[in-house]
Design a protein. Structure first.
Lengths: 389, 262
C-alpha cells in the first residue's frame, strides 16, 4: 500500500525550515561548526551541527499557539511541525496518529533529575510525541519508536501500517534529536567522532560528526489525500527492516542486514532494484558503515552506477532524527528533480567505491529513490519513495 | 493471531506458559535459580548489563517453551521480530554512564556502558543471542508501553507483515529507583510470542487490538506490571467461554486494549 507525503518540515543546523536546508545542501555547504552549547574540552572533537537557539525555536512555533515545550527535542519538533504546516490547518481528529522516532528525547530533563538525585516519575521519552499530538489535536495512536539511528524510519514504517490497518487516515511522523553532552561524551568514548567535519565515503574521513534537528512528515492514505485535493509530494511505496545479529555497534561487514531491509522494501513496493534512480545512503562517514554500504550498493544494484547521496557531511549525524531528515531531503529533492551532493566528499575511498554525487546538486530526472538507514544493535531500515511528477 | 508462548519475570519469580505468580513483593526481580546460563545461551556476550541479560534469559525460555511443540526450522525462527514496550528504557545504563563521566572526567565515560544507553540495546542482545534477524524496535507510550507494543505486534502478525514477533514489556530501572511512574510496583519483564493462528492450535488468540490517545480522559492510570500480568493471566488459562478484555491507560492519556479468547 502506498502512502502520500503531503507536507514536510524540518529544523537543522542550517536553521529553520526544510527549504533553506536543501538549498544550502545543494550548494555543497556544511552546517558543521564548533559546538557552542556545551564544553568539548578533553574530547576528541569539538564539532557539531547545532540547530537554532531555543528562543528561535519557540518563536518559530509561536503560530501553533501551544505552551512552550519543556525540552529541546520537543521544541525542535514543534518548529519542524510549524514548517511542515505553513498555514495548513489540522483540525482535531481521532483518525490522526502521531509516531515519533528518537533515541534520547528530552535527555536534558532526565540528566538534570539524575544529577540532583531525583527519581523520574514521568514518561520523558514519549514527551515529544505528545507535544506533537497536543499541537495538532491528534487523538489516534500516539507513541514513540526507538530503533537507534533508524528510529524515525521505523516511525514511518509504523505509520504505513497504521494507515494499512485502516485505523487512521493520516499520521504525523516525526524524528527529533537534541545535541547533549551525554551523547557527545558517549561517541567520544567509542572513538567514533571525527576531528574534521564528517566526509562520507571520503578516503580521508576520520569518523562521524554529531548533529541535531527534527523533521515532520504528514503522511496520509492516498485516497484520503486525493479526496481533499492534496497533491502528494512523494509516495512512500515500501518499507523494510532487518537486524544484522552481528554486533551491538559495528555493522555486519557483509551488509546482509541492510541488504535484506532494502530487498524487503523493494518487494513491498513492487519495484525492482534496477528501477531505482537514486540511493540515499545512511553515510555516517565511519569506515565500517561506508564500506558496508558500498558493498550493499554494489550487490543490490549489480554494480550499476545508481547515484549515491548522503547528507551527514552537511547536517551531521542526527541519530533518531536522521532517517526523517533523510526522507524529507530525499522527497524534496526528488520533487525538484535534483540530486543532492555528498558534502565534504573530495577523494572517494577506493575501499568504499560508490557512484557518489560530488560538489553541488545536479539535475536528475529519476522518480524512484531508495533510502537506507542503520543503527546500533544492527538495526537496518530501507524506504522506497516515488515522485509522481 | 495466537499467543503461542509467554514468559514473565517479576519480583515473585518466573513463570513460563503458566499463570504468573502473584506479585506479592515489590522491588527488584526475584532470583531465578534455574535460569539458563548466559555463558551457554549467549557465549559471545561481553558482560551485558542486567536488563540485557534478563531479556536474553527470558526470551530463551520463551522460545524454548515454544520449540517443544513447534515444527519450524531454525532458519524460519530467524525471521522473528522483536517489538518491546518500555517507558524506563535504558535508564539504568544511562545513569551508569553519567556516573562514569562524573567520576572519571569529561573524556572518560565508559564505552561499554554507553553502548547500552539505547532502549534497543537490550533487545538487540536478544537478537544476537538467539540469532534473530527480523525487525527490532521499542515502543514508548507511558505506563502502558508494554501493552501498546503487544497491540502493534498483534496488528503486524495479524496482517501478515510479521512471521512471528516477540513482544511485551520490560521495566528494569534498577538501583532501587521507583519502577513505574511513581507507583509502588515491582520490576517486570514479560514476553509474548505472537504467531499467525494457523501456526499453533489450542492457544489463546488476540483480537480487537486498538491504541488511542485521549489526554482529557484521565480517569485512571495502569502500571506496566498490572497490564502485563493481566495479559499473561488471560493467556494462561481459559476463563469461561467469552473473550477477556485487557485494557490500560496511562496518566498522559495513552490507552490500549485487546481481547484474549480461548
Amino acid at each position: 500500500m502506498s502512502a502520500a507525503i503531503t507536507s514536510l518540515g524540518a529544523v537543522t543546523g542550517f536553521g529553520l525550515g526544510l527549504e533553506p536546508a536543501v538549498a544550502a545542501l545543494l550548494e555543497g555547504r556544511s552546517a558543521i561548526r564548533p559546538v557552542t552549547r556545551f564544553s568539548t574540552d578533553g574530547l576528541c572533537s569539538s564539532l557539531g551541527s547545532e540547530a537554532p537557539t531555543d528562543a528561535a525555536l519557540l518563536a518559530a512555533a509561536a503560530e501553533l499557539q501551544q505552551p512552550p515545550a519543556p525540552d529541546r527535542a520537543s521544541r525542535l519538533l514543534l518548529a519542524a511541525l510549524a514548517d511542515a504546516l505553513r498555514g495548513r490547518i489540522l483540525e482535531p481528529n481521532p483518525r490522526r496518529a502521531v509516531v515519533v522516532g528518537t533515541t534520547k528525547g528530552p535527555l536534558e530533563r532526565a540528566v538534570a533529575d539524575w544529577e540532583c538525585g531525583v527519581a523520574q516519575t514521568e514518561d520523558l521519552l514519549g514527551g515529544p510525541a505528545r507535544v506533537l499530538a497536543a499541537a495538532t489535536g491528534s487523538r489516534g495512536p500516539v507513541f514513540t519508536t526507538g530503533a537507534a539511528c533508524a528510529s524515525s524510519a521505523v516511525a514511518l514504517g509504523e505509520a504505513l501500517t497504521l494507515l494499512e490497518d485502516g485505523c487512521c487516515d493520516e499520521v504525523l511522523v516525526g524524528g527529533t534529536e537534541a545535541l547533549h553532552s551525554f551523547i557527545y561524551q558517549g561517541f567520544h568514548a567509542l572513538k567514533a567522532l571525527a576531528q574534521a567535519p564528517a566526509a562520507p565515503f571520503d578516503a580521508g574521513r576520520t569518523g562521524l560528526t554529531l548533529g541535531e534537528g527534527a523533521a515532520v512528515l504528514v503522511v496520509e492514505s492516498l485516497p484520503h489525500a486525493q479526496s481533499r485535493g492534496r497533491r502528494p509530494l512523494a509516495l512512500v511505496e515500501g518499507f523494510g527492516t532487518a537486524v544484522d545479529g552481528f554486533d551491538q555497534t559495528a555493522p555486519d561487514p557483509s551488509g546482509a542486514g541492510l541488504l535484506a531491509a532494502c530487498r524487503i522494501a523493494l518487494a513491498r513496493a513492487g519495484v525492482k532494484a534496477h528501477e531505482i534512480d537514486r540511493y540515499h545512503a545512511h553515510g555516517t562517514a565511519t569506515v565500517q558503515n561506508d564500506r558496508m554500504e558500498a558493498l550493499v550498493h554494489a550487490t543490490l544494484f549489480a554494480n550499476a552506477p545508481v547515484p549515491v547521496c548522503a547528507i551527514k557531511g552537511a547536517l551531521g549525524h542526527t541519530l533518531g532524527a536522521a532517517a526523517a531528515l533523510d526522507i524529507a531531503v530525499c522527497a524534496q529533492t526528488l520533487c525538484q528533480q535534483i540530486l543532492p551532493p555528498i558534502v565534504n566528499l573530495r577523494h572517494l575511498d577506493p575501499s568504499a567505491p560508490v557512484p557518489a554525487v560530488l560538489g553541488i546538486g545536479r539535475p536528475s530526472p529519476g522518480r524512484l529513490a531508495l533510502i537506507a538507514n542503520a543503527g546500533f544493535g544492527g538495526i537496518n531500515t530501507a524506504v522506497v519513495l516515488r515522485w509522481l511528477g | 493471531m495466537v499467543v503461542s508462548a509467554f514468559a514473565v519475570w517479576g519480583p515473585s519469580g518466573v513463570s513460563v506458559n503458566a499463570p504468573p505468580m502473584r506479585q506479592s513483593s515489590l522491588g527488584l526481580l526475584a532470583p531465578w535459580p534455574d535460569a539458563p546460563a548466559l555463558a551457554v545461551i549467549h557465549p559471545s556476550a561481553r558482560r551485558p548489563p542486567r536488563q540485557a541479560a534478563v531479556l536474553v534469559q527470558l526470551a530463551h525460555a520463551l522460545l524454548g517453551a515454544r520449540r517443544k511443540t513447534e515444527t519450524h526450522s531454525p532458519s524460519e525462527w530467524a525471521e522473528t521480530d522483536l517489538l518491546l514496550g518500555t517507558v524506563k528504557g535504558s535508564e539504568a545504563a544511562d545513569r551508569d554512564f553519567l556516573q562514569s563521566v562524573q567520576e572519571r572526567g569529561n573524556g572518560f565515560g565508559s564505552p561499554s556502558t554507553f553502548v547500552y544507553t539505547l532502549s534497543t540495546a537490550a533487545p538487540a542482545e536478544v537478537a544476537l543471542a538467539l540469532g534473530l534477524h527480523g525487525s527490532l524496535a521499542t515502543l514508548t507510550a507511558g505506563s502502558i508501553s508494554g501493552l501498546s507494543a503487544v497491540v502493534r505486534a498483534a496488528k503486524h502478525v495479524g496482517q501478515g507483515r510479521s512471521r512471528a514477533c516477540i513482544t511485551g514489556g520490560v521495566e528494569l530501572p534498577g538501583r532501587g529507583q521507583p519502577t513505574v511512574l511513581g507507583d509502588s510496583e515491582g520490576e517486570i519483564a514479560a514476553l509474548f510470542l505472537l504467531e499467525p493462528s494457523a501456526e499453533a492450535s489450542g492457544r489463546p488468540t488476540i483480537s480487537d487490538a486498538e491504541l488511542g490517545f485521549d489526554p482529557e480522559a484521565l480517569d485512571r492510570s495502569d502500571s506496566p506490571t498490572a497490564t502485563l500480568l493481566a495479559l499473561a493471566s488471560a493467556c494462561a488459562e481459559p476463563r469461561g467461554i467469552g473473550p477477556v478484555e485487557i485494557a490500560g491507560r496511562s496518566r498522559e492519556g495513552h490507552w490500549a486494549r485487546l481481547s484474549v479468547r480461548w
